[in-house]
Design a protein around this ligand. Structure first.
Ligand code: SF4
Length: 342
């Protein structure tokens, strides 16, 4: 079992159950997360008995980085898990620091029609150590401190909700990864019941919604999840989240030529968002050879942006970090595992 598969509380309980003291958990956590020690033998304030126990029962491994694609603003990493499954994460170098986009599942069952990860289907959820392991692996590989995390890579985080809750606990624990709640964002395609549950956690962690359409007709065509939860239900759940947390929600909107980028779509989206505590992030689509969909041209994106702005909507256009990277979520993994695609 990996040491990264424990929250602080879980490690305390595990050690107590095995005859050790609660404070031993903090000792181990400090060695791991603060001093970045990878060898139990070098954890000099642990008893010999505890060191032997840890060596026998626990490992300190993280997913292995097997490929890196670099561009000036972002690096993409392909990581191999213990069972040889592969996932991706992306490191972005913003003015305000390093931000890591992590995966939550191997593949994804949500089947969004523009997404490589959905095309490969879900194989399994990521365990806590595989979520935490992405942060540790990239931070050690680059020898940097990661300043913010978005769970927006391969997979639907709310379809792996229990482990995401534990991940939030490890990321925001000041003895562990130590990233403030406001620097952690979870993104969902709209699993409505989980939005309510997430709101009830009252964590201060940010929420982003992959909306990608201003009405159900368009969303039905590009996002299967809309057959289960309509836009009205999502907006109601977001109202609940905002009421409960007073946190601003990010609306992610990928710009697909001829599908969701008309002026009318921009006006509809403006009406939907209105004066709610939300901001819209327009994302130029990264084309992939496996889908017919095309990126909206710059003129269309700008005109969409202008209409939102003229309606007093907070809106940004996401910088295209990918460039020559296999930039869309899941592309690098899809290429590596091409032979396994059914
Ligand atoms: S866009 Fe996100 S939710 Fe949709 S298929 Fe891809 S990974 Fe899954």
């Amino acid at each position: 079992m990996s040491i990264y598969n424990f929250t602080q509380k879980e490690l305390e309980n595990y050690l107590i159950e095995n005859g050790f003291k609660k404070y031993n958990a903090i000792q181990i956590i400090e060695w791991l997360y603060e001093k970045k020690e990878k060898d139990f033998n070098k954890m000099t304030n642990l008893s010999k008995k505890l060191i032997s126990f840890c060596i026998e029962k626990i490992d300190i491994n993280t997913p292995k980085i097997i490929k890196v694609e670099k561009s000036p603003l972002a690096n993409k990493y392909l990581l191999e898990l213990k069972d040889n499954n592969k996932i991706e994460c992306v490191l972005m170098n913003h003015d305000y620091g390093y931000s890591l986009c992590v995966s939550s599942q191997v593949g994804c069952n949500m089947g969004c029609s523009f997404c490589e990860s959905g095309r490969l289907k879900k194989v399994r959820d990521l365990a806590l150590d595989e979520l935490v392991g992405q942060v540790i692996a990239v931070s050690n590989y680059e020898n940097i401190r990661i300043d913010s995390i978005v769970v927006m890579g391969i997979g639907e985080p709310f379809d792996n909700f229990e482990n995401i809750k534990r991940f939030i606990s490890v990321v925001t624990n000041n003895k562990m990864i130590n990233i403030g709640q406001r620097h952690l964002t979870i993104s969902t395609c709209g699993l409505v019941p989980k939005i309510y549950e997430f709101a009830d956690l009252e964590t201060g962690v940010n929420l982003a919604i992959s909306l990608h359409a201003p009405n159900n007709d368009i969303r039905d065509k590009i996002m299967k999840i809309n057959h289960a939860y309509k836009i009205e239900e999502i907006m109601k759940a977001l109202d609940y989240y905002i009421d409960k947390t007073n946190r601003r929600v990010t609306i992610e909107y990928v710009m697909l030529a001829g599908i969701n980028d008309s002026d009318e779509c921009a006006r509809e989206l403006s009406r939907l968002v209105g004066n709610k505590l939300m901001y819209v992030n327009l994302i130029p689509y990264n084309e992939t050879s496996n889908f017919d969909m095309k990126r909206s041209n710059d003129f269309k994106i700008k005109s969409f942006y202008d209409i939102l702005k003229s309606n007093n909507i907070n809106v940004t256009i996401r910088k295209e970090m990918g460039g020559n990277l296999s930039a869309a979520c899941g592309q690098l993994r899809a290429r590596e595992e091409g032979s396994e695609i059914c």
